[in-house]
Design a protein around this ligand. Structure first.
Ligand code: DGL
Length: 278
């Protein structure tokens, strides 16, 4: 299929709703651009899926966003950034279109953490897939080799969010258990990265169980500022992004369901279209 060379919206992809927390910050900091959000809700969650499947699903989503006119796609999902980004950048983009770009959200988060931690001990909570990939320790140590990174996989946290249980008393059990595990592994941690885009919805619960001296880091603002910086360094790509301040939403599941859930993330009503990826 021939891809359009006309300017288009910035694509934002997530397995489901989590990327909306990233999109929200991007629209706060870079409101002038048009955005096209795609949630692969029909196949979410990705967090417990294999490398090959996450890569295949993410590649399909990126292709769809390219076909719909995006020149730049942000993987607003840590699991996809950890398991699919490098292969797409190195193997697929040269064949699809040399001038299109896909960026992840792990690097911008890793870049900021050395400026936040004093103890040089950092914790990361994320899906089993992201933790297993070791992407956070690898990326953080590229910038800050002196920082010790300890991870804790939280397999129940995404289902809690996806099922609107993030404010329920049941969520306390799972949040407390994982935070305690993490702090037991390394009591010197003074900053915890929420390395999954769903987790900002659990922030109130997380703060309840994190020791007072520990900072909890959400990614959205760092990702948005990093994109702003990227555009300054890549004016040709910036010119390919249309600027009417609009946002369109696509889902692989039922648009009605997406609309209802998106309200929890965005605090407003939106229009949603269904899309097929396979
Ligand atoms: N929101 C995704 C992330 O940031 C994970 C959700 C999922 O498991 O699909 O990792």
């Amino acid at each position: 299929m021939k891809l359009s060379q006309e300017p288009g919206p910035i694509g934002v992809f997530d397995s489901g709703y989590g990327g909306l927390t990233i999109l929200h910050q991007m629209r706060q900091i870079l409101p002038q651009y048009d955005y096209l959000y795609l949630g692969d809700n029909a196949r979410a969650p990705y967090g417990t899926r294999s490398f090959d499947i996450v890569y295949q699903f993410t590649r399909e989503a990126v292709m769809k966003l390219f076909e719909m006119g995006c020149h730049l796609v942000i993987l607003g999902c840590n699991t996809a950034s950890a398991k699919a980004l490098r292969t797409i950048q190195q193997n697929d983009l040269p064949k699809i279109d040399q001038d299109r770009r896909v960026l992840g959200i792990i690097r911008p988060t890793a870049e900021c953490i050395g400026k936040i931690t004093n103890s040089r001990h950092v914790g990361i909570v994320a899906t089993p897939g992201t933790i297993k990939s070791n992407s956070y320790p690898l990326e953080i140590n590229k910038f800050y080799p002196d920082v010790k990174v300890t991870g804790e996989a939280c397999p129940m946290w995404v289902p809690l969010v996806e099922n609107y249980e993030f404010d329920s008393p049941g969520a306390d059990y799972f949040v407390e258990k994982r935070i305690n595990n993490l702090m037991r592994k390394d009591p010197e941690i003074d900053a915890i990265i929420l390395g999954c885009t769903h987790y900002p919805l659990l922030l109130n619960k997380i703060i309840k169980y994190v020791p007072k001296c520990v900072q909890v880091i959400t990614q959205g603002e760092y990702v948005a500022n990093s994109l702003k910086d990227y555009f300054m360094r890549h004016p040709a790509m910036e010119e390919k992004c249309t600027k009417a301040g609009t946002c369109r939403y696509l889902t692989t599941e039922s648009p009605e369901k997406f609309k209802e859930s998106a309200q929890v993330f965005l605090h407003k009503s939106i229009e949603v279209d269904k899309v097929n990826l396979d």
